[in-house]
Design a protein around this ligand. Structure first.
Ligand SMILES: O=C(CO)[C@H](O)[C@H](O)COP(=O)(O)O
Length: 157
C-alpha cells in the first residue's frame, strides 16, 4: 500500500521541502504538498494545520513539517487528535521517534539541519516501524488524553 505523506513548511523550510518532495516522489510515496512555495514570510501555524488536520482525519498516513527550528510546527501539530509530532534532526532521535513513540509527524529544523543528509533521514523515518510491545500501552495513554477535555495528570489516564 502506498504511504500518503503530507509535506509543508514555512519560508525557512521551503528549500528543504522542495528537495524532499522530489526525493519522496522518486521513492514511490504519494506526497501531498501543502506549501508554502516561496521564501516570502508566512506564519507556520497556517501550514502545520493543513497537514495535521489531514492526519487527524485519516487522509494522510504521515506528515513532514519544516520551519526554522521545527518547534513551532510541532507545537501546532500536537494540538490535533491523533497527531504525535516531534522536532528531530539527528539519526538516533529520528529512529527512536518511530520505534518508541510512533511519531506520525516529523518536524525538521530547516535552519539547523545544514548539510546533514536530510533525504536519508526522512526516508529512514518513513521506513522505520513502531516497535509495539511495552510502548503500545504508553502510546495508548497518549491517545486517551485526546479524548478528554481537561487532562488530569493525577488521575493516570
Ligand atoms: O522556527 C520557526 C518556528 O518554530 C519559524 O520558522 C521562525 O520562528 C520564523 O522566524 P522569522 O519570522 O524570523 O523568519
Amino acid at each position: 500500500m502506498t504511504i500518503k505523506v503530507g509535506l509543508a513548511s514555512d519560508h525557512r523550510g521551503v528549500h528543504i521541502k522542495a528537495r524532499l518532495l522530489q526525493t519522496l516522489q522518486r521513492e514511490g510515496f504519494e506526497v501531498c504538498d501543502q506549501g508554502t512555495d516561496s521564501t516570502d514570510p508566512v506564519d507556520y501555524p497556517d501550514f502545520a494545520i493543513r497537514v495535521a488536520e489531514q492526519i487527524r482525519d485519516g487522509k494522510l498516513d504521515r506528515g513532514i513539517l519544516i520551519c526554522g527550528t521545527g518547534i513551532g510546527m510541532a507545537i501546532v501539530a500536537n494540538k490535533f487528535h491523533g497527531v504525535r509530532a516531534a522536532s528531530c534532526y539527528d539519526e538516533v532521535i529520528v529512529e527512536m521517534s518511530r520505534r518508541h513513540n510512533d511519531v506520525n509527524v516529523l518536524c525538521l529544523p530547516g535552519d539547523l539541519i545544514g548539510e546533514r543528509p536530510v533525504d536519508e533521514l526522512v526516508l529512514m523515518w518513513l521506513r522505520t516501524d513502531f516497535e509495539c510491545g511495552r510502548h503500545t500501552q504508553r502510546v495508548d495513554k497518549i491517545t486517551a488524553i485526546d479524548s478528554i477535555d481537561t487532562p488530569d495528570i493525577n488521575r493516570g489516564v
